[in-house]
Structures are given as C-alpha cells and as structure tokens.
Design a protein around this ligand. Structure first.
Ligand code: ADP
Length: 452
C-alpha cells in the first residue's frame, strides 16, 4: 500500500511537472507570437508615416539628394577618397533636424508609445555611364553608420523597413546613377510591459490552472495519506482489542470446562475459586467494553456535571487513591495555587488525570511530579514523569483516537490507544487544553490548562 502511494505520488509529480513545462512552452510561444504581432503593428504604422520621407520634409529630400550628388562629384571630379565620402555622408547638417522632425511625427501619430529610432545607411554605390558599379561602401546595418535618429545601439531594436533610393546626375558630361540603401530600426520603450499587459489574461489563467492543479494534488495526496493512517490505526485497534479480549475469553472457556467436572462441583473451595475467576474475567470484559463505549463519544457529546471544586483538594484525593494502587511509584507534589476553585466535572476529570498518571507508570516512570500554577488567567496542572518519553514527531498524533506509539505487532505494553484521546476530549469539553513536552528517553510532561 505504502509503495502504491509512493508510486502514485511520483507519477502525479511527473504529470504535474510535464503539465507545467507544457504550460510554460505555450506561454512562451504566445509571448513570441505577441512580440511578432507587436512588431508588425509598429512596422505598419511607421511605414504609413515615413512613406518616402518626402511628406516629412520635401525640402530635406532635395537637400539630401543635393548632398549625395555633391559627394558623387567630389568623388568623380576631385578624386576624393572613399573614406572622405563616407565620413562626409555621416556629418550631414540635417541629422539633428530630421531626427527631431521624425520624433515629433511619431509623438503626434503614435501618442501612446515612446519610440526611439535610427536610420542607418548601408550602401552608397555610383554607377558610371557604362553602368559599372563603384561601391563607396556597402555594409550590414551598423549603428556607427547612423544617418539620423536617437538610438545609441541596434541591440534591442527591430528592423522596420529598408529604403532603396536612386538619383541620377552628371559630372564632366558623364551621366552617373547613385544607389543608396538605408534601414530604419526602432525600439519601443517599455515594450515588454505592453506585451505582458496584452498577455495578462493568458498569464492569469495559466497560473490559476497550475495553482489549482497543485492544490488539488496536495489535497488528494493528503487525504490518501490520512486515509492510510486511519486504516493502519484501525487495524492496530482491532489487533489490540482482539489481544485484550482473548485472555478473559480463554480463561472463561477453561473455567466453564472445569465447572463441568463433578469433583470440582463437589469441592466448595475449588468451586468458589473458579467462580471468582469467572467473575473477575467477566468484570474485565465489561470494563473493556465500557472503555470502548465511553471513548466513542466526541467532546460535544459528553454531558458534563459541573460543580465548584477546590483543585488542590481534588488533586490530593486522586493522588491518594493512585498511591494505594501504585505503591512503588514515588510522587512529588508542588502546589502553588492556594485555594483556587473552578467549575469542573469531577467524575470525568478524575478519570482523565488518572489516565495520565497511569500512562506515566505504564511507560516506565518511577517518579511523578505534579505541579499546579496560575499563569496569566490559566490554571495549569503539569504531570511530569521520568519514563521512556515520546519522540517529538509523534506528539501531534498522541491525542488521536486509537493512536499508539508502538504500532503493528510491536506491543510490549497493553492498551487501546484511547486513554489520551479521552483526556483530550474531556479537557476540550471544559474549554481547556492539553500540551505535551517530551523526547525519547527524556521523560514526558503533560500540562493541562483551564481558564480561571
Ligand atoms: P494506550 O496507553 O492505551 O496505548 P494512550 O492514548 O493513553 O493509549 O496513549 C497513546 C500513546 O502515547 C501510548 O501508546 C504511548 O506510546 C504514548 N504515551 C502516553 N503517555 C506516555 C508517557 N507518559 N510516556 C511515554 N509514552 C506515553
């Protein structure tokens, strides 16, 4: 059964992990899709705004073409170097003006987004009259080749459009054509937040479904473990009660057989002795059944007959009786509560305290110390023993019905696991509480607390 539960837990954990991984993969795919969708929206909007640049400033387009032609002339006529032409291209005086104009345009047309951009020149090629290409430069998009814009790097930017321009000119009666290619890169401030906002519903739903699954899984496993414990405890109880019943029943059986013998019936002394045995075993059986019946009541079903009790006198009476039946146990009392009286059920409370004292002896104690104290409106009775003690991980189970520390068939001490359950029910019925402090081999202290 335990192996089955472990296997079930392992399989469920694997299923949960797989589901979480699949969920993460789906969320990541959606994220990528949303990013791509966002990029194409921006591309479309910007594409509409910057269609050919001429609608931004046609004068600028003319000036730009003039500059390109002038540089082409410089190259053809003045034999300036390619390096000179390239540097002159990037030192154009329209840089800041066009940057500002484009920024303004973006702000006006796409007011809900903050956009940074860069237009980088990738190619500057002169075709002479024979259509022979003379490449001044041709490079991949590179931020150092920025014509205009406010971006400092292309790392987080995405390509919006490539623009290829051609201009015709003539120099020294020779016609030439200019081919330029530039790319626009854009970066949207806080784009991650925008995407996350768009994915809000998906994120919430997937998180919710995963959390619900984990919660249901934990609840199911807890219920399974609890069920297993209950079934173990019940099996133990049946073993214990069978064990307890078998002795009186066997004795009764043998006694009846003996009584059938004529010689015994004719001998008064022997007959009476067997009768005594039968009566003792009958009482024992009765007590056992009474114990089981009494402990089947919950705290709310117990009817208390409360009366005013002077606690120290009450405890002294219980200790007196206990000493008679346990003459070898040394009892120390340390009472510090003077004449405190409380409304309690004398009968039930006597049984409860007796149970704790009997347990102390049953589980190896030779000395018991009983203390009383008044602490912050609480009347405390602590019962300390020097018995075998209880390991800390068992403390929370001690007051459960039928629970015994020694489980399975390892019983050295007789019991049904009902003593402390009963004590707890009685004390709870009095609106009090009980706590245990103990460790294996270090004795135990049971503290009963009542509100004054
Ligand atoms: P029972 O004594 O019939 O087994 P109880 O409900 O009285 O049942 O006690 C539950 C378990 O708690 C016991 O089986 C025992 O292992 C442990 N226990 C109770 N009192 C003590 C104690 N004073 N010292 C050590 N172990 C104790």
């Amino acid at each position: 059964m335990k192996q089955k539960i472990n296997l079930l837990i392992a399989l469920s954990v694997i299923a949960l992990i797989t589901l979480s991984v699949v969920q993460c993969y789906l969320v990541k795919t959606t994220y990528n899709y949303k990013v791509a969708q966002f990029h194409s929206e921006i591309k479309e909007e910007i594409g509409n705004i910057t269609n050919g640049y001429s609608d931004i400033d046609s004068a600028f387009v003319n000036k730009k073409e003039l500059l390109y032609k002038q540089l082409a002339n410089n190259y053809i006529l003045d034999k300036k170097t390619k390096f000179y032409i390239k540097s002159a291209l990037f030192q154009n005086q329209y840089r800041s003006e066009l940057t500002r104009k484009l920024q303004l345009k973006f702000e006006r047309e796409i007011p809900n987004l903050t956009i940074n951009f860069a237009i980088v020149l990738n190619k500057f090629v002169i075709y002479n009259s024979l259509k022979k290409a003379d490449t001044i430069f041709s490079e991949k998009p590179f931020i150092k080749n920025k014509l205009y814009g406010d971006l400092a790097s292309l790392d987080n930017a995405f390509l919006v459009r490539n623009y290829v321009g051609t201009t015709s000119g003539s120099s020294l009666n020779q016609d030439y054509k200019l081919l330029t290619e530039d790319s626009m890169y854009v970066s949207v401030i806080d784009w991650e937040t925008i995407i996350l906002k768009r994915m809000r519903m998906i994120l919430i739903l997937s998180l919710f479904s995963i959390l619900t699954l984990i919660t249901l899984f934990v609840i199911a496993i807890k219920a399974l473990i609890k069920q297993k414990k209950v079934s173990d405890v019940k099996t133990d109880f049946i073993n214990n009660i069978t064990h307890e019943l078998i002795t009186p029943l066997t004795t009764l059986g043998i006694s009846t057989k003996i009584l059938e013998r004529k010689d015994i019936r004719e001998n008064d002394a022997q007959f009476n002795s067997v009768l005594h045995t039968i009566s003792r075993q009958h009482n024992r059986l009765h007590n056992l059944i009474d114990q089981v019946m009494a402990n089947s009541l919950g705290e709310h079903e117990i009817e208390l007959q409360k009366e005013k009790i002077d606690l120290e006198t009450f405890l002294n009476a219980i200790i007196g009786d206990f000493k008679i039946s346990n003459p070898k146990t040394y009892i120390i009392t340390d009472f510090n509560t003077a004449k405190t009286t409380l409304l309690l059920d004398q009968f039930h409370l006597t049984t409860a305290i007796q149970n704790v004292l009997e347990n102390a002896v049953k589980y190896g104690s030779t000395t018991i110390t009983i203390k009383t104290a008044l602490v912050q409106n609480q009347f405390r009775i602590s019962i300390k023993d020097n018995g075998i003690g209880i390991s800390k991980n068992k403390h929370s189970l001690l007051f459960d019905k039928f629970y015994r520390v020694e489980q399975g068939n390892l019983h050295n001490t007789k019991g049904l696991g009902l003593g402390l359950y009963y004590v707890n029910q009685i004390i709870k019925a009095h609106q009090g509480s009980i706590a245990v402090m103990s460790d294996l081999g270090k004795g135990s202290v049971f503290t009963i607390m009542f509100q004054v």
